[in-house]
Design a protein around this ligand. Structure first.
Ligand code: AHR
Length: 494
């Protein structure tokens, strides 16, 4: 029989609205993330819209991606924006100094990115280079993208094919300045951020948010000291970032597929570990910013496994994506739902073919990953108001890791309907989740028979949503979750 789990949704205690930007994405010049993944060029035999592959664009449109961060990551810290403008056949080929000893053709540059963001309906989050370029370079890039006057750079942009300025909603002041962004110590990084923030400007009406590059738990020493320094002296920046990957530290990374149950539990435990970190980072931010006017952007997160043994040179950070990654996604998004007072944006790493990808491509073929499907299911939470869920559940324990068997997130949409996300992390035991709600419910479920079930060109729907079985217990709505399942329910309260 199923394990009975009770969850009580407190409809009288609404929290701070769930910012749709927490379902944001990150697209870096890394592996096949941009080239092949998004951009094939207008002359490609792969069907495309002005160079962007049609299948990927349509899949992303269906997700209503709110925001995309580009061009890195570490790549942004070696990127000269001037390499990526003007006629494509005249652009220089550069070595990608980070990660790959491969070249970048610069066929995908400022115009290609910003037009892509417009095409899929996403806001642009441009990540600047503070490690190897000057504040003036960054200010000129912004002028090129956003000036609506007769400046020489605005004219150059027009000559390059874009008359109207683009809207740049977010501009990152560097990336991982404690590491690939310049190996800076906390106080120095804060000084550099404050200095750049004085110069990176867009027209005021654009209300561009300048994002200070913040701490990571996986590099740069003490992440709390780094957060402290960035908050104590933040210049004119309006947001702070934070990076965390579900990746082991001080021990080898695991396999993306073919892993033992101990690694299933380990990765889910690593994903859940983000929550206490957000609480600590938020605590430091609260001391410096009790009004909570500075949002925290978790602008890189996701699972990170060993490099795929089949990967070709230049395929860095390609990894298959399994049902376990669907769990990582749901657990992480549920964490963000619980910290909406501070977490206003998040960008999964990454969009296509890199790390925990939404989409994988193989030549002309495209596969939607289990992670994609969870983002799709969670669309109903964007802009909803979170409601506390008190869940009485046994633990799932394996190989020294222990966590609640069922994780619940609840929210009320603008139309008054309630949305529930239910995650059963146990690979063996089904759960019957009994709510305190009375009404009508329907929903979808993602599950499979094996922990590493995944989609491939040969089997593209091995992990795909199907209806969830809803029942009543004492008149209250209950959902039946198989082992290893993510379900979303929408409830019309009577
Ligand atoms: O997402 C891959 C890399 O991870 C990014 O370039 C960097 O910011 C982080 O270390």
């Amino acid at each position: 029989g199923a394990v009975e789990v009770a969850t009580v949704i407190d409809t009288a205690s609404p929290g701070v609205v769930i910012d749709r930007n927490i379902y944001g994405q990150f697209a870096e010049h890394l592996g096949r993330g941009i080239y092949e993944g998004i951009w094939v060029g207008p002359d490609s035999p792969i069907p495309n819209i002005r160079g962007y592959r049609t299948d990927v664009v349509n899949a992303l449109k269906r997700l209503h991606v709110p925001v995309v961060r580009w061009p890195g990551g570490c790549f942004s810290e070696v990127y000269d924006w001037r390499d990526g403008i003007g006629p494509r056949d005249k652009r220089p080929v550069r070595t990608r100094m980070n990660w790959d000893d491969v070249t970048d053709s610069n066929q995908f540059g400022t115009h290609e990115f910003l037009d892509f963001a417009e095409l899929i309906g996403a806001d642009a989050y441009v990540s600047g280079n503070v490690g190897s370029m000057t504040p003036r370079d960054m200010q000129l890039w912004l002028e090129y993208m956003t000036a609506d006057n007769g400046s020489t750079l605005a004219q150059e942009r027009r000559r390059n094919g874009r008359d109207r300025p683009w809207t740049i909603r977010y501009f990152g002041i560097g990336n991982e300045t404690w590491g690939c962004g310049g190996n800076m110590r906390p106080d120095y990084a804060a000084d550099v951020n404050a200095r750049y923030s004085a110069f990176v400007k867009a027209p005021k009406a654009m209300k561009m948010v300048r994002v200070a590059s913040g701490a990571s738990v996986q590099g740069g020493g003490d992440y709390l000291a780094f957060t402290e320094a960035m908050m104590a002296h933040r210049g004119e920046t309006e947001a702070l970032s934070f990076h965390y990957y579900a990746m082991p530290m001080g021990r080898p990374k695991g396999e993306a597929l073919g892993f033992a149950e101990a690694e299933w539990a380990d990765v889910l435990d690593l994903a859940r570990a983000m929550e206490p970190m957000l609480v600590k980072v938020g605590g430091i931010m609260d001391r410096h910013d009790p009004q909570k006017s500075i949002p925290l952007f978790v602008d890189e997160w996701g699972s990170w496994y060993k490099l795929d043994r089949q990967a070709l040179p230049g395929e860095h950070h390609f990894q298959q994506n399994s049902l376990r990654d669907a769990m990582v996604t749901a657990l992480t998004l549920n964490i963000f739902h619980r910290h909406t007072d501070r977490v206003k944006m998040a960008n999964i790493a990454q969009m296509v073919n890199v790390l925990q990808a939404m989409i994988l491509t193989d030549g002309a073929d495209m596969v939607l990953t289990p992670t994609y499907h969870v983002f799709d299911l969670y669309q109903r939470f964007a802009g909803a108001v979170p409601l506390p869920a008190r869940t009485t559940t046994p633990d799932y324990a394996m190989a020294g890791r222990s966590m609640p068997m069922v994780d619940v997130s609840a929210a009320r949409g603008a139309d008054g309907r309630l949305h529930l996300a239910l995650v059963n992390v146990d690979p063996h035991r089904p759960a019957r989740v009994v709510t305190n709600l009375v009404g009508r419910a329907e929903g979808l479920l993602l599950t499979a028979a094996t922990m590493d079930a995944h989609n491939s060109v040969a089997a593209p729907t091995a992990v795909a949503p199907r209806p969830v079985s809803v029942t009543r217990v004492g008149g209250r709505i209950a959902a039946d979750l198989p082992p290893m399942a993510v379900a979303v329910l929408t409830v019309e309260i009577d």
